[in-house]
Design a protein around this ligand. Sequence first.
Ligand code: HGY
Ligand code: MN
Ligand code: MN
Length: 410
Amino acid sequence: MIVQINLDRLMSRIMELGKIGALEKGGVKRLALTDEDRMGRDLVCRWMAEAGLTVTTDLIGNTWGIREGREDDAPVIMGSHIDSVATGGLYDGVLGVLAGLEVIESLNDAGIPTKRPVGMAFFTNEEGARFAPDMMGSGVAQKALDLDEMLAVTGIDGTTVREELNRIGYAGTAPVMALRPHCFLELHVEQGPVLENENVAIGAVTGVQGISWTEYVVEGRSSHAGTTPMTMRRDAGVVAARIAAEARAIADDFGAPQVATVGMFELSPGLVNVVPERAMLTVDLRNTDDALLLDAETRLNAFAETVAAAEDCTLRRRSLARFAPVEFDQDLVAAVEEQASALGHTVRRMPSGAGHDAQMFAPNCPTAMIFVPSRDGLSHNIHEFTAPEQIGAGVDVLMQVVLNEAGTSR
Ligand code: HGY
Ligand code: MN
Ligand code: MN
């Protein structure tokens, strides 16, 4: 059975949601639990209610809507996130949430009942940019992360998750693990260059690589840039710079798929003529192989200790996120592949370089993801773009997998 989606409706909603937190030169800034996040949540909840869904919010703000099925059974759930990074695009996360809503509305339009209930969801703080770790809401919802610990997390602006969740009015009442899907499906932009480079329409995602986020704080002594002999310096900035260079050296030495990113780098007092007394940097290491990821972490931490001691500085290290690689359900991955081919789309299997809410559901229910291409492989960038026809192909595949999993009965 082929059910037509309304691509215009989906695209206009993506654009409308993109107006919330819109940046001057394009893209969005909708950091988790900010007013922009609240406004985005309110808009999507309005659309969910208009679609006749029963909407529920849990203790960490995850929100889902369910369309009843003929049988009161575990639902097929589609979902992703609507929070963004500070230089976010219009599609990261949003596509998976609104495509889920579009699948449901298209089923409504076509008057097609399903055996199983079908639902869609958005999860709190997938990005982890304001409050680490990432995939926080889905991690709590699937018991990979502890609710109280996450509510107590202090963000980069000094507020806590609990304070901000209450402030925006999305501290719900549904308990952890209230959402128990029959299976979980996430449509997402690839955010990398593979599909575009190979001119492939659909990615049948096999799993997600391991993720390690570490914050290093180096403390030395401020002193005069001109009068302090090099032998007397305790320069926290130099230590941080060496750690950052070593992170890149590890990625170069290990080779793909190892990646390393220094995303935050702060010096104090941060003045031209003062040797820095304090430095903070974050390092994001990822690899599809957990043993190699551990090697990378071990090498970097040992290096950091050595260079800090050599500069007579102290070093504090804090893990902000650590998720092992995840494999998706082989049958569901195969279903994505088969449905894409049956619809005439080119498709290839591939791992995800980015973290996703789906990885939190994978241990608890059959889970798979569908990728569509990202222009120039760009994401976490205001120029993130995927063409409507590429999005349409992804939603068509999502629809077919959902119909398969939910079962239809006239
Ligand atoms: O960091 C990630 O991979 C995701 O965007 N949260
Ligand atoms: Mn995302
Ligand atoms: Mn992202």
